[in-house]
Design a protein around this ligand. Structure first.
Ligand SMILES: [Mn+2]
Length: 342
């Protein structure tokens, strides 16, 4: 089922809270190649549920990446096989996952998800859920749930670990409060979290100002391979398996390449193609003002937000991957009249 950029709610937020506040062994799962919102919202939700008496466990197809380990240390994250066998959950909740494909086989082959909490405008629905594309981050939704539980006196206090995690998730998905998804409500939530003792500058330093050497090698490679397209209104790059092997790059090292090529003056549309298998290419797209990149990605079975989305292509070689995305770029930029100024 295509959500088509609309809000869908099988529950009001209050009803979702009523359902989840009943203590029950809960597994919270996140998406493949996890980012700060995904880890932050999963951890935030798990700690809130724990505080109300639910045994909790957090897992996903991929482990927590190095740059987010500062959040996960000492918290109930477990590898999927352990999470499901040793823990045996009574309910499984996904956060920040728009389609079953994003869960990864490790998760989707093992568990049935009862509830999805998400904020992607486009995706394929796979469980009962609460999806609000107006939320800048799933961490915002979870923060609101925590506030409801406080108001209803289900929670005596807002656990500090949850506050840190949710702040990191909100900061992550808004690019440090710079992206167009940042709203007045985002700042209000962030202010409340800082009021609870969150060290915002330290979290932002960990998220944005401490790059690994592998990330730098990836950025260098991505920039070297980059092509300008559509009269320099678009940038596209590809990191091949060969590049990855030569430079020792893991999937989690490639996440910042998109920022390098999207932040170039005059660029409306940017894309990174990562070759992950001989004929498998993962694509991340970003747009500045005009192009709906979720619409592009949904053509290939992917999804996301209007300004940030992703998909997976199956094509015989790198040249075909370049050509497929270049064709999409040209068409998308023509459709929005090459984008007007501010
Ligand atoms: Mn998110």
């Amino acid at each position: 089922m295509e959500s088509g950029g609309k809000v869908y709610r099988d529950y009001s937020l209050e009803a979702l809270c009523s359902r989840l506040e009943v203590p029950s062994k809960t597994l919270v799962v996140y998406h493949r190649n996890p980012d700060a919102d995904c880890i932050g919202s999963a951890l935030g939700l798990a700690l809130l549920l724990w505080e109300m008496g639910s045994p909790v466990c957090i897992s996903g197809s991929d482990p927590v990446p190095d740059h987010l380990k500062f959040l996960a240390q000492g918290q109930p994250f477990r590898p999927m096989e352990e999470a499901f066998e040793a823990f045996v959950p009574d309910r499984v909740v996904s956060v920040d996952v728009a389609s079953p494909e994003q869960l990864g086989r490790e998760v989707s082959d093992r568990v049935e998800i009862q509830l999805m909490i998400d904020h992607h405008g486009r995706g394929t629905r796979f469980a009962d859920g609460y999806v609000d594309p107006h939320a800048a981050a799933v961490s915002e939704i979870v923060f609101d749930m925590g506030k409801i539980w406080m108001e209803h006196q289900k929670l005596a206090r807002f656990p500090r670990g949850a506050a840190d995690a949710l702040y990191a998730g909100i900061a992550g998905d808004t690019g440090g409060f710079r992206f167009s998804n940042t709203t007045a409500q985002t700042y209000i939530r962030a202010a409340e979290l800082v009021g609870m003792g969150v060290d915002s500058s330290e979290i932002c330093r960990r998220l944005f100002a401490s790059k690994s050497k592998a990330q730098l090698r990836a950025e260098h490679c991505g920039y070297a391979n980059m092509r300008y397209l559509c009269g320099e209104k678009a940038t596209l790059t590809l990191i091949s398996l060969q590049d990855r092997e030569r430079l020792g790059l893991r999937e989690e090292d490639l996440g910042t390449v998109i920022d390098v090529i999207r932040e170039i003056e005059g660029v409306e549309l940017a894309g990174v193609i990562r070759q992950v298998g001989k004929e498998t290419f993962r694509v991340s797209l970003r747009s500045a003002r005009c192009v709906d990149v979720a619409a592009i990605c949904s053509r290939f079975g992917g999804g996301g937000h209007a300004r940030a989305a992703g998909c997976t292509l199956t094509l015989p070689n790198c040249e075909e991957a370049w050509a497929a995305m270049e064709a999409c770029f040209t068409q998308a930029l023509e459709a929005c009249g090459e984008s007007s100024g501010q």
